[in-house]
Design a protein around this ligand. Structure first.
Ligand SMILES: [Zn+2]
Length: 78
């Protein structure tokens, strides 16, 4: 089973389970996916947000945020 975020023609985004990617294509083409908010069946796959956490941000990467004593590019930058 695959959980896809899908978006209706009105912009509502909701999650729907499918057996596989081909199951999505079949059900989307058949109008078998219905928006729970407005009932629209013209849906597309929503853009998946990249799973990058804030820990990947460069701030204080060299010193550990919260105890910056200098030595990183962001020291004294506040
Ligand atoms: Zn909708």
């Amino acid at each position: 089973m695959i959980l896809y975020s899908v978006q209706c023609g009105a912009g509502h985004v909701f999650d729907e389970w499918f057996s596989n990617s081909a199951d999505y294509d079949t059900r989307a083409a058949a109008g078998d996916i219905t928006c729970p908010d407005c009932g629209d069946t013209h849906v597309t796959k929503a853009i998946m947000a990249p799973s990058v956490g804030k820990s990947a941000q460069p701030e204080h990467a060299g010193c550990g945020a919260g105890s910056c004593q200098g030595g990183c590019p962001y020291a004294g930058g506040f």
